[in-house]
Ligand binder design. Sequence first.
Ligand code: NAG
Ligand code: NAG
Ligand code: NAG
Ligand code: NAG
Ligand code: NAG
Ligand code: NAG
Ligand code: NAG
Ligand code: NAG
Ligand code: NAG
Ligand code: NAG
Ligand code: NAG
Ligand code: NAG
Ligand code: CU
Length: 578
Amino acid sequence: MATSHLPSSFPSMAMIFSFFLLLLLLENAAGETRHYTFNIHYHNVTRLCHTRAILSVNRQFPGPRLVAREGDRVIVKVVNHIANNVSIHWHGIRQLTTAWSDGPSYITQCPIQTNQSYTYNFTITGQRGTLLWHAHLSWLRATIYGPIIILPKRNESYPFEKPHKEVTILFGEWFNVDPESIISQALQTGAGPNVSDAYTINGLPGLLYNCSSKDTYKLKVKPGKTYLLRLINAALNNELFFSIANHTLTVVEGDAIYIKPFETDRLLITPGQTTNVLLKTKPEFPNASFLMAARPYFTGQGAFDNSTTVGILEYEHPSHHKSSKNLTLFQPTLPPINATGFVANFTGKFRSLANAKFPANVPKTVDNKFFFTVGLGTSPCPKNTTCQGPNNSSKFAASVNNVSFSLPSVAMLQAYYFGQSNGVYTTDFPTQPLIPFNYTGTAPNNTNVINGTRAVVLPFNTSVELVLQDTSILGVESHPLHFHGYNFFVVGQGFGNFDPNKDPSNFNLVDPMERNTAGVPSGGWLAIRFFADNPGVWFMHCHLDVHTSWGLKMAWIVLDGPQPNQKLQPPPSDLPQC
Ligand SMILES: *[C@@H]1O[C@H](CO)[C@@H](O)[C@H](O)[C@H]1NC(C)=O
Ligand SMILES: *[C@@H]1O[C@H](CO)[C@@H](O)[C@H](O)[C@H]1NC(C)=O
Ligand SMILES: *[C@@H]1O[C@H](CO)[C@@H](O)[C@H](O)[C@H]1NC(C)=O
Ligand SMILES: *[C@@H]1O[C@H](CO)[C@@H](O)[C@H](O)[C@H]1NC(C)=O
Ligand SMILES: *[C@@H]1O[C@H](CO)[C@@H](O)[C@H](O)[C@H]1NC(C)=O
Ligand SMILES: *[C@@H]1O[C@H](CO)[C@@H](O)[C@H](O)[C@H]1NC(C)=O
Ligand SMILES: *[C@@H]1O[C@H](CO)[C@@H](O)[C@H](O)[C@H]1NC(C)=O
Ligand SMILES: *[C@@H]1O[C@H](CO)[C@@H](O)[C@H](O)[C@H]1NC(C)=O
Ligand SMILES: *[C@@H]1O[C@H](CO)[C@@H](O)[C@H](O)[C@H]1NC(C)=O
Ligand SMILES: *[C@@H]1O[C@H](CO)[C@@H](O)[C@H](O)[C@H]1NC(C)=O
Ligand SMILES: *[C@@H]1O[C@H](CO)[C@@H](O)[C@H](O)[C@H]1NC(C)=O
Ligand SMILES: *[C@@H]1O[C@H](CO)[C@@H](O)[C@H](O)[C@H]1NC(C)=O
Ligand SMILES: [Cu+2]
């Protein structure tokens, strides 16, 4: 549907006028259609004095902004000009009845092969704020990512001060070598993969790295204004702390959900999460510039990229200031690398608005209860090969309820829709651990996972409670879990083992945070609730890609509802085949 405009010399015949007015109103309610083309190309990029032919969209790095209003239809034609298979995920978009456009390879679609294309087609319903898009096959999202900006409907405003300007800040991870070779080698040897060489802000590592001073992101601001920063963590394997020296931030939104605003000078953002913050600049031009910095929150055992990316918050100096060249540069203080207490406090501050306009539709009763352990484990080393995983005799693996998920060779959604699941997946995913143990105590002797492509089936519109429990099998670790096709409510979190008798009485069923990605606390648990109101096959996985590669992923199958608008739509004609 194209946008139409009423000409100023429109005839005054009342009937025709009201007819067109009605059309216009209907169109506003239904939204506009936004067309994009994403061409995936090789693109030479130099960072840290290393030039690499990265994979990117439209030869932009980070990729293009996808901008729409709530209620709009978005149509993105993705054309693959590279040797790899690829697919794109619109991370956080609900995809109500349009699971075919969700994007994870071998879950909702076969990948788009070389020289082929696929047109994603979805509407944005009941969401506004910041999200991201990224490749969803192997580690391709290391360079194939970009922002999704969903503006409020026309004539609607933000539930907070109108910003002077809006700025997108994407965090990423830069590798001097091809990330695909890193993960394929790691899966071969069973070892932990090599870590990244830098973190980036809008693709730029910043001046703390060698050979990088020119590649520093600069945000120029005016004094006495309010800026809306749309923060997006597109890093592959790391949760990040972020802070701007001498400035307090007001958090107003997370994962495209407005929240009760709160102030903080430091924040945490996990891969897959987005956070909108208001930055109020100082009332007068300061004789100083300020660094913004991001570096990891890390709770695991192995190696990690312990470096810091910085950008500069620079006040545009008024004419009577001759130069800003010699200004003092202030640095922010970030929490310690393993500041789990800070993280728990910080995540606890997020509360839904839960008002009449933006209600928190939390299930008060539960139809389906699940208890899933998440964490690392091992796979045995194949006969006559040597492995470099745990004890140098096994391979790293990861699992949910000890099932390490293997991707099928055809898309699960197609297999489901056409009734051909036989040999593709089974529906016997365990609803609780098969062998209970002290999840955060001494690890069991047998750390081996089992492999499988197993799903949970949910009847339409039933309510779900899921407790995600971290395990200490190879050391406790924080896991940012991401749900496709759904937002969920974080009704509780805690440390140690979840206690089904005691903990539910403390659940927040009034104004819990609603989001698509939430951290399972290191050595703790997270309780979430949602209504299974979106039919399809939906991936759930850790958003640290190394853990996803090791199998920390599973799938939910949500059945159709009785009404036509509660059923999975038929597949588009250009759906890629395997
Ligand atoms: C990228 O760099 C390589 C090696 O320098 C060169 O052969 C190739 O033509 C470049 N590709 C593009 C798209 O510029
Ligand atoms: C997108 O989907 C809508 C609803 O199914 C359909 O009417 C429209 O033709 C589709 N557009 C494209 C370009 O596929
Ligand atoms: C910035 O913060 C530092 C440390 O708290 C303080 O010493 C300095 O005066 C502040 N500078 C400005 C311009 O606010
Ligand atoms: C990470 O780097 C900082 C310096 O930037 C250092 O103080 C800290 O000990 C390092 N932590 C680890 C775990 O390597
Ligand atoms: C910057 O400071 C240095 C030393 O304080 C001085 O020599 C130089 O002239 C200054 N430059 C500018 C542009 O003010
Ligand atoms: C964080 O790391 C420090 C230094 O390695 C250690 O002393 C401390 O116990 C750790 N804190 C937590 C909460 O794990
Ligand atoms: C977390 O919050 C509690 C209660 O407000 C406080 O006592 C504790 O010091 C905080 N911990 C950290 C690490 O900030
Ligand atoms: C493994 O190695 C042994 C001894 O070198 C050999 O006898 C056996 O055939 C090998 N097995 C496989 C599966 O390659
Ligand atoms: C589990 O292990 C932890 C840590 O060793 C211990 O404190 C706790 O008491 C154990 N819980 C149970 C139920 O055995
Ligand atoms: C685990 O291994 C330890 C040390 O080898 C042994 O003492 C213990 O009995 C084993 N536990 C089980 C449950 O097999
Ligand atoms: C599970 O899959 C991994 C990776 O594909 C493989 O190395 C391992 O041998 C498999 N384990 C079993 C028990 O089949
Ligand atoms: C691309 O995907 C197809 C379909 O799953 C598969 O047969 C093929 O091997 C893949 N190609 C590459 C280069 O991975
Ligand atoms: Cu994880």
